[in-house]
Design a protein around this ligand. Structure first.
Ligand code: SF4
Ligand code: SF4
Length: 118
């Protein structure tokens, strides 16, 4: 597992950079948070729990090409589509959104103080 960052949502707060125990997330002045060390990410979700903008997605990663494998190609043919998960953090809550392979969404809300149980 690894993460993918949607830079159209990123507000450049750097919270994810500060929390990553592996110091894997980098910062680009124009794009905001960036991630290109997917092979080293162990999917702990700590960065996701900090993001108030839902900009970080947990994805399955094909380490051979070091890129997410959930996206359809230009012809909209899905390859290895898998479930994904995003989070939306607020002061005291984390809302987890799991999108299943058939498009069904499951939303789970946890207290931020208890989110490490998940
Ligand atoms: S926590 Fe979210 S909004 Fe803040 S820098 Fe990271 S990805 Fe961007
Ligand atoms: S999931 Fe964990 S290890 Fe991976 S980038 Fe986020 S904080 Fe770092």
């Amino acid at each position: 597992m690894s993460i993918r960052i949607d830079n159209t949502k990123c507000i450049k707060c750097r919270a994810c950079l500060a929390i990553c125990p592996g110091d894997l997330i980098e910062f680009d002045e124009i794009l905001g948070a960036t991630m290109d060390k997917q092979q080293r990410c162990w999917g702990c979700t700590a960065c996701m729990k900090m993001c108030t903008k839902g900009a970080i997605e947990l994805v399955a990663t094909d380490y051979k090409v070091s890129s997410p494998i959930i996206e359809p190609d230009d012809n909209q043919t899905c390859h290895h589509r898998m479930s994904t998960m995003t989070t939306q953090a607020s002061d005291d809550k984390v809302t987890w959104t799991i999108t299943k392979t058939d498009g069904e969404k499951i939303i789970i809300e946890t207290l931020k103080s208890e989110s490490n149980q998940y």
